[in-house]
Design a protein around this ligand. Structure first.
Ligand code: CMC
Length: 464
């Protein structure tokens, strides 16, 4: 088994640090309510019966509703919540979001501070382990990640088999899935040591797969990792290096990409993280689960939105066309959307978008200004004054400006979501560790409200 031969002697994940006892942002706890006051009385008007259910951390347990029945043989009451608009699927201590105030914190640290002072690998450790690493822990973690950047040669051959115009997200998703066949020990998901090994492997190999996908799309030879460079420096080298003996990394672009990875690293129970947790809940190996999470991220309503923003800005063409475009969105009754605007959780300016807007100026000093920026700024100005957007609390989200930076750095639009996926890998894995260690979790299996036909007998085709 290859990984047992690898020099990975440590077990970085700390179960005590990442345990589930933690102070929730719970209003009941803040108000100092007693246990008996923390209940909800439900009166069932169908029967006149009253039920008292406990309220904990501002939630009631859905299973407590099951005892509410009209007849003893009834199944019991359920909640109907398509798209999980008001359902907490887990207890988590990783990421806190206050969507109304525009707050995002990883393990309690504000995103603005992490973006200014931290590095992506430090944040990946923080998300996974619950605390910032000591210098020794960070050095050790960085060393291990650096030494797992290479891919098996057969993975390279597999990637060579894609068509020249294969979408890089499709390549990333299937290549990560294929990794599970190279590391069968990853199936041992209940072994913390195995989980640690494969977490490091995934964080290390994502940039290599992503870079190979890019080189494939432009028909250039793949560049092997340079382990003397930083995580992001090596990624840039694998993307850009040609015949020069060593790739010279631009420190401004290296830092900008590192910050973008930090901003995308986690975002609590979003669509792809929910996919990661749902797939892993069947004790699936992390490569297969992460491949599923990448598929969810691919969609234009999720990580694919940054690509859609650029398409939209190009379609608008000039700032003079902005008012007409906004009018079209408003009159489209939800048919046409202002991409990069709105969020399920943020009903205020997305704090990540603020950091990215600031970052854009630094990048544009190196790359030259992206001409689409003028249209984006005008679009934001007009939308933020417009009643339609104000009333619905639609503000720019993380994808509104990130695409402009990526494009200025020379990435093609269909590659933007790949960059998002590299950063989000840290969060997907941290959420997976938390789920595996959570005694409340079982295989994910929602209920349904069945509205189909009642039992009926099969009719032969000639009689229909
Ligand atoms: N442009 C125009 N109208 C919008 C937009 C938009 N971008 N977003 C929402 N609305 C309208 C929507 O039509 C609805 O109007 P009404 O009440 O008249 O029916 C109202 O606002 C509420 O929207 P919703 O669709 O119920 O909100 P949601 O929470 O289900 O959707 C969203 C959230 C992000 C999918 C949605 O805002 C959207 O499609 N935005 C554009 C795509 C985008 O930028 N996605 C990136 C999200 S951030 C990155 C990530 O987390 O992946």
């Amino acid at each position: 088994m290859p990984f047992l031969r690898s020099r990975t002697p440590f077990l970085p994940w700390n179960p005590t640090l990442a345990g589930l006892e933690f102070p929730f942002h719970s209003s009941a706890a803040r108000k100092g309510k007693t246990m008996s006051e923390n209940t909800l009385t439900i009166r069932d008007n169908r029967t006149g019966k009253e039920y008292v259910v406990p309220v904990e951390n501002d939630t009631i347990k859905a299973m407590d509703l099951r005892k509410i029945k009209v007849n003893p043989e009834d199944f019991g009451l359920m909640t109907y919540d398509p798209a999980f608009l008001n359902t907490a699927s887990c207890k988590s201590k990783i990421t806190f979001i206050d969507g109304d105030k525009g707050i995002l914190e990883y393990r309690g640290y504000p995103i603005e501070q992490l973006a200014e002072k931290s590095s992506f690998l430090e944040v990946a450790w923080l998300l996974w382990n619950g605390e910032l690493p000591t210098k020794g822990e960070l050095d050790e973690f960085t060393r291990h990640v650096t030494h797992h950047t290479y891919l098996h040669e057969n993975i390279k051959k597999l990637m060579e088999g894609f068509r020249h115009d294969a979408h890089p997200m499709g390549m990333l998703q299937s290549t990560v899935g294929a990794l599970s066949t190279f590391y069968p020990s990853a199936k041992q998901v209940n072994d913390p040591r195995q989980r640690a090994h494969h977490t490091i492997r995934l964080i290390a190999k994502m940039p290599t797969i992503a870079a190979f996908a890019y080189r494939h799309s432009i028909g250039f030879p793949y560049v092997y990792p340079d382990n003397e460079l930083s995580y992001v420096g090596n990624f840039l080298s694998m993307l850009r290096k040609m015949s020069e003996p060593k790739y010279k990394v631009n420190p401004v672009l290296e830092r900008a990409l590192d910050v973008l990875f930090i901003l995308h690293a986690d975002h609590e129970q979003n669509c792809s993280t929910n996919a990661m947790r749902a797939i892993s809940s069947a004790q699936t190996d992390p490569y297969s689960s992460l491949s599923g999470a990448i598929s969810a991220l691919y969609g234009p309503l999720h990580g694919g939105a940054n690509e859609a923003v650029l398409t939209m800005l190009r379609e608008i063409g000039t700032i003079n066309n902005v008012p007409a475009f906004v009018k079209e969105v408003k009159e489209g009754q939800g048919e046409k959307k202002l991409m990069g605007f709105g969020h399920r959780v943020y009903k205020n300016y997305d704090p990540r978008a603020k950091v990215i807007k600031g970052l854009a100026d630094q990048v544009f000093e190196v790359t030259g200004k992206n001409p689409l920026l003028t249209i984006a700024v005008e679009l934001e100005r007009i939308a933020l004054q417009d009643d339609y957007f104000v009333k619905r609390k639609l503000y720019p989200n993380v994808d509104f400006y990130s695409g402009l930076i990526y494009e200025a750095m020379g990435f093609p639009p269909d590659y933007f979501t790949v960059l998002f996926a590299i950063g989000r890998t840290a969060g997907w894995l941290a959420q997976w560790h938390e789920m595996v260690n959570d005694p409340d979790q079982k295989i994910a299996r929602p209920r349904q409200v069945f509205l189909g036909p009642a039992r009926r007998d099969y009719v032969p085709v000639e009689k229909r």
